[in-house]
Design a binder for this molecule. Structure first.
Ligand code: NAD
Length: 297
Protein backbone atom coordinates (compact mmCIF):
# COMPACT_ATOMS: atom_id res chain seq x y z
CA UNK A 1 0.00 0.00 0.00
CA UNK A 2 1.30 3.40 -0.92
CA UNK A 3 1.44 5.78 1.99
CA UNK A 4 0.00 9.23 1.32
CA UNK A 5 2.17 11.76 3.14
CA UNK A 6 -0.17 14.15 4.89
CA UNK A 7 1.45 17.58 4.98
CA UNK A 8 -1.61 19.19 6.52
CA UNK A 9 -1.45 16.86 9.52
CA UNK A 10 2.31 17.23 10.09
CA UNK A 11 2.07 21.02 9.67
CA UNK A 12 -0.78 21.11 12.22
CA UNK A 13 1.41 19.23 14.73
CA UNK A 14 4.23 21.69 14.18
CA UNK A 15 1.96 24.68 14.61
CA UNK A 16 0.60 23.23 17.84
CA UNK A 17 4.12 22.71 19.16
CA UNK A 18 5.01 26.27 18.17
CA UNK A 19 2.00 27.66 20.04
CA UNK A 20 3.47 26.30 23.30
CA UNK A 21 6.86 27.82 22.52
CA UNK A 22 5.25 31.16 21.67
CA UNK A 23 3.38 31.21 24.98
CA UNK A 24 6.63 30.64 26.82
CA UNK A 25 8.29 33.47 24.89
CA UNK A 26 5.32 35.76 25.55
CA UNK A 27 5.60 34.98 29.28
CA UNK A 28 9.23 36.13 29.06
CA UNK A 29 8.07 39.36 27.36
CA UNK A 30 9.50 38.16 24.05
CA UNK A 31 6.48 37.42 21.86
CA UNK A 32 7.82 36.67 18.34
CA UNK A 33 7.22 39.21 15.58
CA UNK A 34 7.44 38.69 11.82
CA UNK A 35 7.62 41.58 9.35
CA UNK A 36 6.38 41.04 5.82
CA UNK A 37 7.32 43.55 3.14
CA UNK A 38 5.39 43.70 -0.12
CA UNK A 39 6.58 45.78 -3.08
CA UNK A 40 4.24 44.46 -5.72
CA UNK A 41 0.65 44.64 -6.88
CA UNK A 42 0.68 41.10 -8.20
CA UNK A 43 -2.43 39.35 -6.79
CA UNK A 44 -0.52 36.10 -6.16
CA UNK A 45 2.11 37.92 -4.06
CA UNK A 46 -0.63 39.75 -2.18
CA UNK A 47 -2.30 36.42 -1.42
CA UNK A 48 0.96 34.83 -0.22
CA UNK A 49 1.64 37.73 2.14
CA UNK A 50 -1.87 37.76 3.56
CA UNK A 51 -1.66 33.99 4.13
CA UNK A 52 1.58 34.49 6.05
CA UNK A 53 -0.02 37.21 8.18
CA UNK A 54 -3.00 34.98 8.94
CA UNK A 55 -0.71 32.06 9.83
CA UNK A 56 1.11 34.33 12.30
CA UNK A 57 -2.10 35.48 13.94
CA UNK A 58 -3.32 31.91 14.36
CA UNK A 59 -0.31 30.83 16.41
CA UNK A 60 0.25 34.10 18.32
CA UNK A 61 3.11 35.66 16.36
CA UNK A 62 2.75 39.43 15.97
CA UNK A 63 2.72 40.35 12.33
CA UNK A 64 4.06 43.68 11.06
CA UNK A 65 3.27 44.53 7.47
CA UNK A 66 4.79 47.16 5.22
CA UNK A 67 3.60 47.88 1.68
CA UNK A 68 5.76 49.83 -0.72
CA UNK A 69 4.58 51.32 -4.00
CA UNK A 70 6.01 49.11 -6.79
CA UNK A 71 7.09 52.30 -8.62
CA UNK A 72 9.00 53.69 -5.62
CA UNK A 73 12.81 53.85 -5.81
CA UNK A 74 14.77 50.80 -4.60
CA UNK A 75 16.13 52.94 -1.74
CA UNK A 76 12.69 52.96 -0.14
CA UNK A 77 12.72 49.20 0.17
CA UNK A 78 16.30 49.17 1.47
CA UNK A 79 15.45 51.88 4.04
CA UNK A 80 12.43 49.88 5.17
CA UNK A 81 14.57 46.77 5.64
CA UNK A 82 17.15 48.81 7.59
CA UNK A 83 14.40 50.09 9.90
CA UNK A 84 13.10 46.55 10.50
CA UNK A 85 16.65 45.32 11.18
CA UNK A 86 16.80 47.86 14.03
CA UNK A 87 13.30 47.22 15.38
CA UNK A 88 13.50 45.03 18.51
CA UNK A 89 9.86 43.95 18.11
CA UNK A 90 10.68 42.36 14.76
CA UNK A 91 12.47 39.00 14.99
CA UNK A 92 12.06 37.89 11.39
CA UNK A 93 11.92 39.80 8.10
CA UNK A 94 10.47 38.47 4.87
CA UNK A 95 10.54 40.49 1.66
CA UNK A 96 8.02 38.92 -0.71
CA UNK A 97 9.66 38.02 -4.02
CA UNK A 98 9.68 38.88 -6.83
CA UNK A 99 10.48 42.56 -6.37
CA UNK A 100 10.06 44.93 -9.35
CA UNK A 101 12.67 44.80 -12.12
CA UNK A 102 14.32 48.09 -11.08
CA UNK A 103 15.15 46.61 -7.66
CA UNK A 104 18.19 44.35 -7.33
CA UNK A 105 16.85 41.25 -5.55
CA UNK A 106 20.28 40.11 -4.38
CA UNK A 107 20.97 43.50 -2.83
CA UNK A 108 17.68 43.30 -0.93
CA UNK A 109 18.52 39.82 0.39
CA UNK A 110 21.94 41.04 1.52
CA UNK A 111 20.36 44.02 3.30
CA UNK A 112 18.37 41.83 5.70
CA UNK A 113 20.07 41.23 9.06
CA UNK A 114 21.18 37.56 8.78
CA UNK A 115 19.89 36.96 12.32
CA UNK A 116 16.39 37.96 11.14
CA UNK A 117 16.55 36.27 7.73
CA UNK A 118 13.78 33.70 8.33
CA UNK A 119 13.69 32.75 4.64
CA UNK A 120 17.36 31.70 4.89
CA UNK A 121 18.35 33.37 1.60
CA UNK A 122 21.04 35.78 2.87
CA UNK A 123 24.45 34.63 1.56
CA UNK A 124 25.73 34.26 5.13
CA UNK A 125 22.91 31.83 5.94
CA UNK A 126 23.32 29.97 2.64
CA UNK A 127 27.04 29.61 3.41
CA UNK A 128 26.37 28.39 6.93
CA UNK A 129 23.94 25.77 5.67
CA UNK A 130 26.38 24.51 3.03
CA UNK A 131 29.11 24.35 5.67
CA UNK A 132 26.92 22.18 7.89
CA UNK A 133 26.27 24.88 10.47
CA UNK A 134 22.82 26.07 9.42
CA UNK A 135 21.10 28.96 11.18
CA UNK A 136 17.87 29.25 9.17
CA UNK A 137 17.11 26.43 6.76
CA UNK A 138 14.96 27.65 3.84
CA UNK A 139 11.32 26.86 4.57
CA UNK A 140 10.47 24.42 1.75
CA UNK A 141 13.45 22.05 2.10
CA UNK A 142 13.24 22.36 5.89
CA UNK A 143 9.57 21.36 5.72
CA UNK A 144 10.45 18.41 3.48
CA UNK A 145 13.02 17.27 6.06
CA UNK A 146 10.27 17.36 8.69
CA UNK A 147 8.03 15.21 6.47
CA UNK A 148 10.83 12.68 5.92
CA UNK A 149 11.47 12.61 9.66
CA UNK A 150 7.81 12.19 10.53
CA UNK A 151 7.34 9.30 8.10
CA UNK A 152 10.65 7.62 9.10
CA UNK A 153 12.08 7.83 5.59
CA UNK A 154 15.69 6.61 5.67
CA UNK A 155 17.98 9.01 3.82
CA UNK A 156 21.28 7.61 5.05
CA UNK A 157 22.89 5.70 2.20
CA UNK A 158 19.81 6.24 0.03
CA UNK A 159 19.93 7.43 -3.56
CA UNK A 160 18.26 10.84 -3.56
CA UNK A 161 17.39 12.73 -6.73
CA UNK A 162 16.37 16.39 -6.69
CA UNK A 163 14.79 17.72 -9.88
CA UNK A 164 15.35 21.50 -10.00
CA UNK A 165 18.23 23.73 -8.98
CA UNK A 166 16.57 26.93 -7.79
CA UNK A 167 18.02 28.88 -4.87
CA UNK A 168 14.83 28.44 -2.86
CA UNK A 169 14.15 24.72 -3.32
CA UNK A 170 16.48 22.57 -5.44
CA UNK A 171 19.90 23.77 -4.29
CA UNK A 172 19.18 23.96 -0.56
CA UNK A 173 17.34 20.60 -0.68
CA UNK A 174 20.33 18.90 -2.29
CA UNK A 175 22.65 20.55 0.23
CA UNK A 176 20.63 19.30 3.18
CA UNK A 177 20.47 15.78 1.75
CA UNK A 178 24.27 15.53 1.54
CA UNK A 179 24.97 16.87 5.03
CA UNK A 180 26.61 14.46 7.45
CA UNK A 181 23.70 14.65 9.87
CA UNK A 182 20.28 13.07 10.46
CA UNK A 183 18.01 13.43 7.40
CA UNK A 184 21.16 13.77 5.30
CA UNK A 185 23.85 11.26 4.30
CA UNK A 186 22.08 10.56 0.99
CA UNK A 187 23.94 10.02 -2.27
CA UNK A 188 22.40 12.95 -4.07
CA UNK A 189 21.95 13.79 -7.74
CA UNK A 190 20.64 17.15 -8.91
CA UNK A 191 18.78 17.19 -12.23
CA UNK A 192 17.81 20.37 -14.07
CA UNK A 193 16.65 21.77 -17.39
CA UNK A 194 19.83 20.63 -19.16
CA UNK A 195 19.85 17.08 -17.80
CA UNK A 196 20.15 14.75 -20.78
CA UNK A 197 18.11 11.77 -19.62
CA UNK A 198 15.95 12.69 -16.66
CA UNK A 199 14.17 9.34 -16.37
CA UNK A 200 17.48 7.46 -16.15
CA UNK A 201 18.19 9.40 -12.94
CA UNK A 202 14.71 9.46 -11.42
CA UNK A 203 14.43 5.65 -11.81
CA UNK A 204 17.40 5.27 -9.46
CA UNK A 205 15.87 7.39 -6.72
CA UNK A 206 14.89 5.98 -3.34
CA UNK A 207 13.91 9.53 -2.45
CA UNK A 208 12.76 11.83 -5.24
CA UNK A 209 12.14 15.54 -4.75
CA UNK A 210 10.45 17.09 -7.77
CA UNK A 211 10.75 20.89 -7.92
CA UNK A 212 10.79 21.89 -11.57
CA UNK A 213 7.48 23.72 -11.94
CA UNK A 214 6.48 21.60 -14.95
CA UNK A 215 3.01 20.05 -14.59
CA UNK A 216 3.05 16.25 -14.24
CA UNK A 217 6.46 15.89 -15.89
CA UNK A 218 7.27 12.79 -13.81
CA UNK A 219 5.00 9.79 -14.20
CA UNK A 220 4.96 6.34 -12.65
CA UNK A 221 7.18 4.86 -15.37
CA UNK A 222 9.99 7.19 -14.25
CA UNK A 223 10.00 5.94 -10.65
CA UNK A 224 11.67 3.12 -8.79
CA UNK A 225 9.21 0.81 -7.03
CA UNK A 226 8.76 1.80 -3.39
CA UNK A 227 10.36 5.24 -3.77
CA UNK A 228 9.42 8.13 -1.53
CA UNK A 229 8.14 10.87 -3.83
CA UNK A 230 8.05 14.46 -2.63
CA UNK A 231 6.20 16.68 -5.08
CA UNK A 232 7.04 20.35 -4.54
CA UNK A 233 5.46 21.60 -7.76
CA UNK A 234 2.44 23.87 -7.59
CA UNK A 235 1.21 24.44 -11.11
CA UNK A 236 -1.99 26.24 -11.96
CA UNK A 237 -3.68 24.66 -14.97
CA UNK A 238 -6.99 25.53 -16.62
CA UNK A 239 -9.79 23.27 -15.43
CA UNK A 240 -13.54 23.04 -15.39
CA UNK A 241 -13.80 24.10 -11.74
CA UNK A 242 -15.48 27.00 -9.97
CA UNK A 243 -12.24 28.98 -10.07
CA UNK A 244 -11.49 27.97 -13.64
CA UNK A 245 -8.21 26.29 -12.69
CA UNK A 246 -6.76 23.58 -10.50
CA UNK A 247 -3.40 23.09 -8.82
CA UNK A 248 -1.34 20.10 -9.85
CA UNK A 249 2.15 18.94 -9.04
CA UNK A 250 5.24 18.05 -11.05
CA UNK A 251 4.37 14.39 -10.56
CA UNK A 252 1.49 12.63 -12.30
CA UNK A 253 -0.16 11.45 -9.10
CA UNK A 254 -2.41 8.76 -10.55
CA UNK A 255 0.36 6.74 -12.22
CA UNK A 256 2.98 7.54 -9.55
CA UNK A 257 0.93 6.39 -6.58
CA UNK A 258 0.85 2.82 -7.89
CA UNK A 259 4.65 2.65 -7.99
CA UNK A 260 5.78 4.82 -5.09
CA UNK A 261 6.06 3.60 -1.51
CA UNK A 262 5.02 7.02 -0.20
CA UNK A 263 3.95 10.18 -1.98
CA UNK A 264 2.91 13.74 -1.18
CA UNK A 265 -0.33 14.98 -2.74
CA UNK A 266 -0.74 18.42 -4.32
CA UNK A 267 -2.24 20.30 -2.64
CA UNK A 268 -1.81 19.11 0.96
CA UNK A 269 1.78 17.86 0.85
CA UNK A 270 4.73 20.24 0.84
CA UNK A 271 2.75 23.51 0.68
CA UNK A 272 1.45 23.52 4.27
CA UNK A 273 4.92 22.54 5.51
CA UNK A 274 6.53 25.55 3.83
CA UNK A 275 4.07 27.81 5.65
CA UNK A 276 4.63 26.07 9.00
CA UNK A 277 8.42 26.33 8.73
CA UNK A 278 8.28 30.10 8.27
CA UNK A 279 6.56 30.24 11.66
CA UNK A 280 9.14 27.81 13.06
CA UNK A 281 12.05 29.94 11.85
CA UNK A 282 10.43 33.06 13.30
CA UNK A 283 9.96 31.45 16.71
CA UNK A 284 13.53 30.17 16.66
CA UNK A 285 14.77 33.67 15.75
CA UNK A 286 12.81 35.18 18.64
CA UNK A 287 14.17 32.66 21.13
CA UNK A 288 17.75 33.29 19.97
CA UNK A 289 17.35 37.07 20.07
CA UNK A 290 15.71 37.05 23.51
CA UNK A 291 18.04 34.34 24.83
CA UNK A 292 15.07 32.31 26.06
CA UNK A 293 15.27 28.55 25.53
CA UNK A 294 12.15 26.93 24.09
CA UNK A 295 11.40 23.42 22.86
CA UNK A 296 10.75 23.47 19.13
CA UNK A 297 8.63 20.80 17.43
P1 NAD B 1 12.26 27.70 -10.54
O1 NAD B 1 11.53 27.98 -11.79
O2 NAD B 1 13.06 28.77 -9.89
O3 NAD B 1 13.23 26.46 -10.78
C1 NAD B 1 12.81 25.34 -11.50
C2 NAD B 1 13.99 24.42 -11.69
O4 NAD B 1 13.56 23.29 -12.41
C3 NAD B 1 15.11 25.05 -12.49
O5 NAD B 1 16.30 24.92 -11.73
C4 NAD B 1 15.20 24.22 -13.77
O6 NAD B 1 16.55 23.92 -14.11
C5 NAD B 1 14.47 22.96 -13.41
N1 NAD B 1 13.70 22.47 -14.58
C6 NAD B 1 12.82 23.16 -15.34
N2 NAD B 1 12.36 22.38 -16.32
C7 NAD B 1 12.94 21.18 -16.18
C8 NAD B 1 12.86 19.97 -16.90
N3 NAD B 1 12.07 19.84 -17.96
N4 NAD B 1 13.61 18.92 -16.46
C9 NAD B 1 14.41 19.03 -15.38
N5 NAD B 1 14.51 20.17 -14.66
C10 NAD B 1 13.79 21.22 -15.06
O7 NAD B 1 11.18 27.11 -9.54
P2 NAD B 1 11.13 26.93 -7.94
O8 NAD B 1 10.94 28.25 -7.32
O9 NAD B 1 12.22 26.05 -7.47
O10 NAD B 1 9.74 26.14 -7.83
C11 NAD B 1 9.55 24.88 -8.46
C12 NAD B 1 8.10 24.48 -8.32
O11 NAD B 1 7.80 24.33 -6.94
C13 NAD B 1 7.07 25.50 -8.83
O12 NAD B 1 5.95 24.80 -9.30
C14 NAD B 1 6.71 26.28 -7.60
O13 NAD B 1 5.42 26.85 -7.68
C15 NAD B 1 6.75 25.21 -6.57
N6 NAD B 1 7.05 25.64 -5.19
C16 NAD B 1 6.29 25.09 -4.24
C17 NAD B 1 6.53 25.38 -2.91
C18 NAD B 1 5.72 24.71 -1.86
O14 NAD B 1 5.69 25.15 -0.75
N7 NAD B 1 5.06 23.60 -2.20
C19 NAD B 1 7.56 26.26 -2.56
C20 NAD B 1 8.34 26.81 -3.57
C21 NAD B 1 8.07 26.47 -4.90
Amino acid sequence: MTEVIDGNAVAADIREGLTDAIERLADADARPGLATVLMSDDPASETYVSMKQRDCEEVGITSHHVEIDPDAPAAELLDTVAGLNDDPDVNGILVQMPVPDHVDERRVLRAIDPAKDVDGFHPENVGRMVAGNARFKPCTPHGIQKLLEHYDVETEGAEAVVVGRSDIVGKPMANLLIQKEPLGNATTTVCHSRTADLAAHTREADVLVAAAGVPEMIDGSMLKGGATVIDVGINRVDADTEKGYELIGDVEYESAKDVAGAITPVPGGVGPMTRAMLLYNTVWAASEQANVDVDLP
